[in-house]
Design a protein around this ligand. Structure first.
Ligand SMILES: [Zn+2]
Length: 317
């Protein structure tokens, strides 16, 4: 679908004008493309509109086909993609180009308006980069590569719904509750292990189910975790960080958590994720791959109630 620059531009136009071109200035409906400039021009008054305005693609010198490939790989490949891999797969001359593209796509994932998790939610904390034996509290962090994270996932029966993850400075009660207030709707039923820091959850307005977490050795032997879904999410995260990126510095860790969560929360709507990533929010619901395969010309269907493509792009599973 996106084999050529012209095909990519056609797609941008379809995202911008799902019901066909309308000139903002004179209302004319006929237009012609100026592919070289990535613009469309009104056939009546010659008013020009940039196809990339308002998206992260604006003014890029990199071919759109490269951007589309990168966004596609980033949203559909569970492992995500490293700059080195992207450079090789797309045959880019410069590593820096691949790095810049991924960096910009990652930025597009941050600070999205997000609905809080709700219903039953599992919360767990973890180390990334390994604990330092013999050190306690802040001494573990000073000058070291390890980082602390907190993870919340919606429990939908045995399945995982949406997730949130954050790098945190410590495992104190105040820190964990601040994270929950930001990411979980009040009155949600929150499952945690028996960590003391979770003691204030009821007071903070959540319904709280603390469970006894078996030791790591017992977990390996098959003991039941108090928060199995959160544990699985943390395991998948660690595997991804090691496998795709061979470890990540503490400074960049939050950006990688955002990427992991972005893909996780949109895993059932990769096409919506793809559009969101390229900044193609059109106020219309994104088509699925299946819908797109079924017709050559993409037409997006208007959303019934939710006009926020970011929100509609997250699935609760
Ligand atoms: Zn016009």
């Amino acid at each position: 679908m996106f084999a050529t620059e012209a095909a990519c531009q056609k797609y941008l136009a379809e995202c911008r004008w799902p019901d066909g071109f309308v000139c903002l200035r004179c209302g004319n409906r006929s237009s012609y493309e100026i592919v070289k400039a990535r613009r469309w021009q009104c056939a009546g008054c010659r008013y020009q509109v940039s196809l990339t305005a308002g998206t992260i693609l604006h003014n890029t010198k990199t071919p759109l086909t490269v951007w589309f490939w990168a966004a596609y790989l980033m949203t559909t490949d569970k492992r995500g993609v490293s700059a080195l891999l992207l450079q090789r797969q797309l045959g880019l001359r410069r590593y820096e180009t691949a790095w810049m593209i991924l960096h910009k796509l990652r930025q597009a994932m941050v600070n999205l308006a997000r609905e809080p998790l709700r219903g039953e939610v599992e919360v767990d904390e973890s180390w990334i980069g390994g604990t330092q034996a013999g050190l306690r509290g802040s001494r573990q962090l000073r000058g070291r590569k390890a980082a602390l994270i907190v993870v919340a996932v919606e429990k939908r029966g045995r399945a995982t719904g949406r997730a949130r993850m954050a790098v945190i400075p410590d495992f104190r009660g105040g820190t964990l509750i601040a994270f929950l207030r930001q990411n979980v709707a009040p009155d949600s039923l929150v499952y945690t292990d028996a960590l003391n820091s979770f003691a204030g959850l009821e007071e903070a307005g959540f319904r709280h189910v603390p469970g006894n977490q078996p030791s790591r050795a017992d977990l390996h032997k098959g003991a039941k975790s108090a928060v199995p879904l959160a544990d699985r999410a943390i395991g998948n995260l660690k595997q991804w960080l090691l496998g795709t990126h061979h470890g990540v510095g503490r400074d960049q860790l939050q950006a990688y958590l955002d990427e992991f969560v972005f893909r996780h929360n949109r895993r059932k709507q990769p096409m919506a994720a793809f559009q969101t990533l390229l900044g193609l929010g059109s106020g219309h619901k994104a088509s699925t791959y299946k819908e797109m395969r079924g017709r050559r010309t993409l037409q997006t269907r208007p959303a019934k109630t939710d006009h926020n493509i970011l929100r509609s792009a997250e699935t609760t599973g």
